[in-house]
Design a protein. Structure first.
Lengths: 224, 326, 729
């Protein structure tokens, strides 16, 4: 948890709170992005709740309580996004419905399957079991961040080549769990690979090929 | 999930004040609570976020032992070098919890306070005894995962992995309330259903665990946690045992044996511990400890298998703790 | 097209997982897949063409579709296993801000927990959920029964007016009674059972529906876009031509995702009422309660063989439940021919919702019953169980597979006497066999289009369940046209493309691949005809390979692919293909060997290794075929050790409608798996999604028997059952 405090994210809620200019800029970015990604429902929900929001619009951070719809800032894949959510909205739903990042999948919505795995400050978590408001001030990484400049991450490349996926619905979750492992342990054993994805379920039955792919990716990454 | 007001107290005093109000629940890692709220099992109008409280995220070593803040995650416990070395059973228990994702978020305080997994309790449409109804459905229903040791009238098993390990080390918990803080032995923290039907422990509204204190084990202490589950990836214990032994000159001087998965609370078997003290640990004495641990078991219709399983788990844990190959 | 010769062929068709044989007339056209060793793509290991989309999160599943102004729908479901609905009051829900449409006319009586009662569409999922809580339903609970054992009792509540027990007519051949009473036979009797299992598709069932005037566009997570189209059209009383169904990617079906289903019609209705697109994806609990399951079976079995090991008689009485009206029959006796047979099957009506086809419907259950009985009988005969099977199995492919599998697993290491090992942890080895049709059917209408710019497209209204359909569709065309697979764009998953049937019964590849091959052949023929005119050579002397057209016999005249295509004129070439039975075959064979460790103190079974051998005729994509074998084995392992739907008789409710207590194995539970594609040079392509799931559970059960000398008669093989079998409980 020490590193969490050391790495001060660019857009902590405090800063948002402190600077109304930043606040508006972020809101603008968010609205444009939301429109672009056709998150109409979120916008309409916002309209439906406008009256409530106007009276209850409490700044999210430093506030004693969050009530109704609150404005939050999430640092996702290196970019900060501002959106409005109720405190009960999970990080998963904020990513998918709010930001249009649908690579992260919803399968059980109860922290049992791993399809919604994202990295929070580098650690895999179930985004269905984290509240969006609690993810503020943390580095959030989703599967969308892995491929750089059209180039697949070695783990993604290995998944494709080893056919470590079939229907593909569990795949982003497995990739995020294993990405966290490879970031921490560049040369894992098969046992470590298995342990790293023990919180992910695949129904098509790709486990053995996922192990192969992860070990192969580790070799590729070490070769550079 | 019902809409709620999310409180962000900055001090423990504020937190416990908020929590003493009606219709309010505390959340830390939320790995149990959020699912239960989505299921409609709990529908609090107010949720108090403990994660914002300062000073509860550290593991401190002192001359008398360990102080573990209630917000320390299970991953941090499992990976802590001192815990791995001197409190092995605790590290192993934490490492056996659920999945990496849950251990990265779930806290030690939450692990001790999590609610039972009994499928009747978890079903919001079943109004069971524990929820104020008039019957325990497990008593006559599908009780394959339920208690083999319980005074009744409820037959849940306590789901915590860390609790048996902490109990075996003689840990104490610090409880904060509006009146201040108090410290109680973990063995006095958990309550059987004949004492407390609706909860599993002594916490009252407006009380939270802030810290767990684990006394420094005497020289020659060795420990382990053994857990048997139907599958190895994400499953609850059918039976588990934490065993802490102090061995001097090949003879067991002190022992504690605490079982998980067998009773509504982490079940400390004084009989098993007693059977080991003064003996050399070997296959025979370990097996005797296993038998002693289940001497009081009265299984339900579908869970008699837990009796021989618990015998074996205790035997193995004793042998493994002592470093004796079976 | 010239006048075609026709021929009559027998083929299997699969509708909602029910496979039956029909005879049809089809064009008789000479066509061959050719020698795999000369091929660049087919039969090789081809990474799936949509792999990059799936690993980056770019692939859009139905769940990921977001449309401007889209609403979210939720369904209110019955908490009771059987109840009459006295009244529904949705007025409060309708008044909740953000709620746009409410449906309450779905039913007046519910027959299982989870049956649809009402539905709402709202501007967010949270509001839709809030609205469900505001709908007041007054139920009159009625008597119910959820266990088939209880339902068979005369005193049980009647689930249907006709009672709870259906079927039971004996099916008989030979002289069963005299075969059993012969003096030279050994008889074995026992009861074996398999519990109902859930599909657990990771992407739930669901749709996004958008009306454009009187036309409906539906994105659906489905195994059959055309069956969804037809069912939606039927239910909404509009022409099928007004409905377009799209399924670009889908997250697993396993037999549970055929028609439009209740949620499909609800979604389309809500979208119409609200005048906005609606997304309706089921939640995990709804998946468990209301999307079907593979039924269980209990089989009382009597089996006999002569002392030298020739099967001679079989008698079985089986029952299972598929809900109120569903069926739960299993094909018995299974695989091994028995001359004298009597079987009776009863379908029991219960209040648990309707079953659905689940990967090889009835077969894994039949396999567990038959193969357990075979092993037990071999034990009584004092015969090696593999030798016993080899003696009774006329299939030459499996005979070869038996020898290969025995070698790969190290069959000689098994306990000669079951349970003969010593120590706390016992090892054992067992095996079982698989059979499946896997033939194709007519109907697919793929189009291959070659543009004058050299672009190649193949379009077909089939769908890729994760099995790799899209990839072999592209590969077949690339192979035929001598191109890199990247040059072929395979467009599937849209009813605007040519018709193709639902993907079920392992019939997809044998239906789709021949038709795509014929379309590609036609396109190639047309292209070469144009080129031959241009080069003034006989088309038969042209060779299309490696992205160029060359002339046989050393001519220097060579055209690149682009140059050749440029000759086509603006319109390019567009050729439709039809299914050709000469390219497909049916009847695939497989067997699996399992090695296990059984902890005799905790009762826990660990599968150490599985060797799975499977033929599927001509291999399209070896990598994908292997993946299907892995997948089958892993689902079979789950069935063997973990999976079961549990219902509470007191409340009629499912105890484990989730992915926590409904146990699926994970990474730490995986054995070493050797997936062997048995190359069977038939020159015919067959499907094989189903066969590799069939024998795994039986092989594991037999390995446990070999390890501890005790038969576990019911699945899953839990620690509780093992400890009980060992006499420790």
């Amino acid at each position: 948890m020490d590193d969490e405090r050391d790495k001060k994210p660019q857009d902590t809620p405090e800063e948002v709170d402190a600077s109304r200019r930043t606040f508006l800029r972020n809101l603008g970015v968010s609205a444009a992005l939301a429109g672009l990604l056709s998150s109409g429902a979120i916008l309409e929900e916002r309209r439906a709740k406008r009256a409530e929001a106007e009276t209850l619009q409490a700044p999210p951070a430093g506030a004693a309580e969050l009530r109704g719809t609150v404005r939050i800032t999430l640092n996702v894949n290196g970019k900060s996004h501002t959106l409005e959510v109720e405190p009960r909205v999970t990080l998963l739903d904020a990513l998918r419905d709010g930001l249009g990042l649908t690579g992260t999948k919803r399968v059980c919505d109860r922290g049992s399957c791993g399809a919604c795995t994202v990295l929070l400050d580098g650690k895999p978590v179930y985004s269905c079991s984290v509240l969006a408001v609690d993810a503020q001030g943390k580095r959030i990484e989703t599967v969308e961040a892995l491929a750089q400049g059209g180039q697949l991450h070695p783990l993604q490349q290995a998944f494709v080549e080893h056919d470590a996926l079939m229907c593909g619905f569990c795949t982003p979750g497995f990739i995020m769990s294993l990405k966290a492992l490879l970031d921490r342990v560049p040369q894992p054993t098969e046992k470590q690979v298995r342990e790293a994805c023990a919180g992910n379920i695949c129904r098509c039955g790709t486990y053995n090929r996922i192990f192969e792919a992860a070990l192969d990716a580790s070799r590729r990454m070490r070769r550079g | 999930m019902k809409s709620f007001v999310y409180h962000q107290p900055k001090t423990v005093a504020d937190a416990v004040r908020l929590l003493s109000q009606r219709d309010t629940m505390a959340i830390a890692g939320g790995q149990d609570l959020l699912g239960a709220m989505k299921d409609g099992l709990f529908e609090p109008g107010h949720v108090v976020n403990l994660k914002s409280l300062p000073g509860l995220r550290e593991i401190r070593e002192t001359s008398s032992g360990l102080q573990i803040g209630a917000l320390v995650t299970l991953t941090e416990i499992a990976e802590h070098p001192v815990i791995r070395r001197d409190y092995t059973a605790l590290a192993e228990a934490a490492e056996s919890v659920a999945t990496p994702q849950i251990r990265n978020v779930g806290t030690i305080g939450g692990n001790l306070c999590q609610r039972p997994r009994c499928w009747y309790f978890r079903d919001p449409h079943v109004h069971c005894l524990k929820k104020g109804g008039d019957q325990c459905y497990a008593a006559r229903g599908d009780n394959r995962y339920h208690a083999i040791i319980s005074p009744g009238p409820c037959y849940i098993v306590h789901p915590s992995d860390c609790a048996p390990a902490l109990l075996a080390f003689g840990a104490r918990v610090t409880i904060a309330s509006a009146k201040g803080t108090r410290t109680v032995a973990l063995k006095d923290f958990f309550q059987m259903p004949d004492k407390n039907l609706k909860g599993e422990n002594i916490l009252q509204a407006g009380e939270i665990i802030t810290q767990i204190t684990v006394p420094k084990p005497p020289a020659g202490t060795r420990s382990t946690y053994v857990k048997v589950r139907e599958k190895d990836s994400f499953d609850w214990a059918l039976v588990a045992a934490a065993v802490v032994l102090q061995i001097q000159g090949g003879v067991c001087r002190r022992a504690s044996v605490v079982l998980g998965g067998v009773a509504p609370i982490p079940y400390e078997s004084a009989e098993a511990a007693k059977s080991l003290v003064g003996k050399t640990v070997n296959v025979q004495t370990a097996a005797a400890a296993g038998s002693a641990a289940v001497a009081k078991a009265t299984p339900l219709e579908m869970n008699a298998y837990k009796v021989p399983m618990a015998e074996a788990v205790v035997k193995r844990a004793v042998l493994a703790a002592a470093g004796v190959t079976g | 097209m010239p006048q075609q010769k026709m021929k009559r062929v027998k083929t299997t068709i699969t509708v909602n997982g029910e496979t039956r044989e029909v005879e049809i007339e089809v064009p008789d056209i000479e066509a061959q897949w050719g020698d795999p060793s000369n091929m660049r793509w087919l039969g090789k290991r081809i990474p799936r063409v949509d792999g990059a989309d799936k690993v980056t999160g770019r692939a859009k599943y139905t769940y990921d579709i977001q449309l401007p102004g889209m609403l979210y729908a939720k369904i209110l479901r019955s908490p009771y296993p059987h109840a009459r609905i006295r009244s529904i009051d949705a007025s409060q829900a309708e008044r909740l801000p953000g709620v746009k449409a409410v449906i309450t006319d779905l039913t007046r009586e519910v027959n299982y927990v989870g049956e649809e009662v009402a539905a709402v569409a709202a501007v967010s999922e949270q509001i839709a959920r809030d609205a469900l809580k505001l709908i007041k339903v007054e139920y009159e609970p009625l008597p119910f029964v959820v266990s088939p054992e209880t339902a068979r009792e005369p005193s049980a509540p009647r689930v249907t007016p006709q009672g709870n027990v259906r079927g039971g007519n004996p099916r008989e051949r030979g002289d069963v009674d005299s075969a059993f009473s012969r003096s030279d036979v050994v008889v074995h009797e026992a009861t074996y059972s398999v519990p109902p299992r859930s599909h657990c598709c990771l992407e739930p069932h669901g749709l996004v529906c958008q009306w454009q005037g009187d036309k409906l566009v539906a994105w659906a997570s489905t195994q059959g876009i055309f069956s969804v189209r037809d069912e939606l059209a039927g239910a909404l009383n509009i022409p099928a031509s007004n409905v377009r169904v799209i399924c670009e990617h889908m997250g697993g079906g396993f037999g549970s995702k055929f028609g439009a289903r209740a949620e499909g019609v609800i979604c389309a209705r809500l979208a119409k009422m609200a005048g906005a697109p609606v997304k309706l994806m089921l939640e995990r609990e709804e998946e468990q309660l209301a999307t079907g399951y593979g039924p269980g079976v209990t089989a009382k079995v009597k089996i006999a063989a002569t002392r030298d090991g020739q099967l001679i008689a079989w008698e079985s009485e089986t029952y299972g439940t598929g809900g109120v009206w569903g069926e739960a029959s299993v094909p018995l006796p299974y695989i091994y021919p028995v001359p004298n047979v009597r079987t009776r099957h009863f379908d029991i009506s219960t209040n648990i919702g309707a079953s659905a086809a689940l990967r090889a419907p009835g077969h894994p259950q039949a396999s567990f019953v038959m193969e357990s009985a075979m092993d037990d009988l071999a034990h009584r005969l004092g015969m090696d169980p593999l030798e016993f099977r080899m003696k009774n199995d006329p299939n030459p492919v499996r005979q070869a597979e038996y020898r290969l599998g025995a070698e790969r697993i190290g069959w000689q290491r098994r306990n000669r006497t079951p349970g003969a090992g010593s120590g706390v942890v016992r090892r054992g080895i067992g095996m079982a066999s698989a059979v499946w049709g896997g033939g194709g059917g007519a109907g697919s209408r793929p189009t291959v289009r070659i543009g004058p710019d050299g672009s190649v497209e193949v379009r077909l209204g089939t769908q890729d369940l994760g099995t790799g359909t899209r990839t072999y569709v592209a590969a077949i065309v690339a192979e035929e046209l001598g191109l890199d697979i990247k040059q072929v764009k395979a467009l599937i998953g849209d009813t605007d493309y040519g018709y193709s049937g639902a993907s079920g019964g392992s019939t997809t590849t044998a239906s789709v691949a021949p038709a795509v091959k014929m379309a590609a052949m036609g396109a190639k023929e047309r292209l070469l005809a144009t080129v031959s005119q241009h080069l003034q050579v006989n088309p038969a002397d042209l060779v299309l390979a490696d992205g160029q057209v060359t002339v046989r016999g050393g001519s220097a005249r060579t055209l690149t692919w682009k140059q050749a295509c440029a000759l086509l004129g603006k319109e390019g070439i567009e050729v439709q293909g039809e299914w050709n039975p000469n390219l497909q075959g049916s009847g695939v064979a497989g067997c699996q060997f399992a090695e296990v460790e059984v902890d005799t103190e905790t009762g826990k079974v660990r599968v150490v290794r599985i060797v799975a051998i499977q033929d599927c005729g001509q291999v399209m994509n070896r990598l994908a075929v292997e993946s299907q074998i892995y997948g089958g084995v892993i689902q079979g392992l789950a069935m063997a050790l973990h999976e079961q739907r549990l219902y509470d008789e007191q409340t009629g409710r499912m105890l484990n409608p989730n992915l926590e207590e409904y146990k699926l194995p994970g990474s730490l539970d995986m054995p070493d798996i050797e997936a062997i594609v048995y190359d069977n040079p038939t020159g015919k392509v067959s499907g094989m999604g189903e066969p590799p799931v069939i024998p795994t559970a039986a092989a594991i059960g037999n390995a446990v028997f070999n390890a501890i000398g005790k038969r576990i008669h019911s699945l899953p093989i839990t620690p509780a059952k093992v400890l009980e079998a060992l006499g420790k409980v």
